[in-house]
Design a protein around this ligand. Structure first.
Ligand SMILES: [Zn+2]
Length: 304
């Protein structure tokens, strides 16, 4: 079997540009400055950058990188595509250190690349999940340590709280929340889940009165060692947490609080586009690539 990573767009810069252009501009190039789709021509000549176009409507040059996570980076396009493939296909993620060694770039560049790709994986503008006949499991987990907080002897007060919603047989959505109080949890459930869904949780206090919002809400009583009752369980969301925790522990030991939501987007993305739902590694990487548009990061990214 031919290795996927031997494909030309992973190694040849012109092929890499052509690959990205065909995904981002399926109907031909679009000028990012004025929106024109006509009177655009590819710039030729030896001194011209690969992938450069000129718009004769506004007379400005551009490439497919403009307006995407690739903008203003000097990282070769083929390296972006390799990194997207590696992050999309490694079940538990890939560390910046590994990326730095694989791509032969600096550790700092690897770090920026991976955060930008997480941004590409972040899903935006989505509808509430679930609906009639759909089961949504909700649960929280605790990870890392809040900045400036010493390790507590007991409890989770020093850790970051993550709320995850999983549609059984479907997607995952995770949120970095302040705490497990009703005020932190319930507004997210209300915004993210359709009221007619069957919501399943454990017996924790924040879920006690959930049937007012979700009439079909049901819970298992973990304290009484009840883990399932008929189809009622939170085993699916717990399965998600186990992948997330193994990844965070093994690969991303030093995730700071302010970046946690990016890692969550990455784990949600891979889970939502998993093999069991018919998405293979190549298709998953293509989906990540489609997410590069309109996701420029606002923090300082010079000289990368
Ligand atoms: Zn233009």
């Amino acid at each position: 079997m031919k290795s996927v990573i031997s494909d030309k767009h992973f190694h040849n810069e012109a092929a890499a540009y052509a690959f990205v252009e065909s995904r981002i501009w399926p109907n031909g190039p679009i000028c990012p400055h004025c929106g024109s789709v006509e009177r655009i021509s590819k710039m030729g000549g030896k001194s011209t950058r690969i992938g450069a176009y000129k718009c004769y409507a506004c007379r400005k040059p551009f490439t497919v990188k403009i307006g995407t996570i690739f903008e203003a980076s000097h990282v070769p396009m083929r390296h972006w595509l390799q990194a997207i493939f590696l992050m999309s296909s490694s079940k538990k993620g890939i560390s910046s250190n590994q990326l730095h060694r694989t791509l032969g770039c600096t550790l700092k560049t690897a770090w920026f690349i991976s955060h930008r790709i997480r941004e590409a994986m972040r899903v935006t503008g989505i509808e509430p999940m679930g609906g009639e006949g759909e089961i949504i499991e909700a649960d929280e987990t605790f990870i890392g340590r809040l900045e400036g907080q010493p390790k507590a002897k007991a409890g989770f007060g020093h850790k970051n709280t993550v709320l995850t919603l999983v549609r059984r047989g479907g997607e995952a959505r995770s949120f970095h929340v302040d705490s497990t109080t009703i005020a932190s949890i319930v507004p997210i459930l209300r915004a993210q889940i359709k009221a007619e869904s069957k919501v399943m949780t454990d017996e924790a206090n924040q879920y006690k009165n959930l049937n007012k919002l979700f009439p079909l809400h049901d819970s298992v009583n973990h304290k009484a060692e009840e883990y399932s009752r008929g189809d009622v369980s939170t085993n699916t969301v717990e399965g998600f947490f186990s992948i997330f925790k193994r990844g965070m522990k093994g690969i991303y030991q030093h995730c700071s609080e302010k970046h946690l939501h990016r890692y969550l987007a990455e784990f949600d993305f891979r889970y939502t586009n998993r093999v069991a739902l018919g998405v293979n590694d190549t298709a998953r990487a293509e989906r990540a690539l489609k997410g590069i548009v309109g996701k420029r990061l606002t923090y300082r990214t010079t000289n990368i």
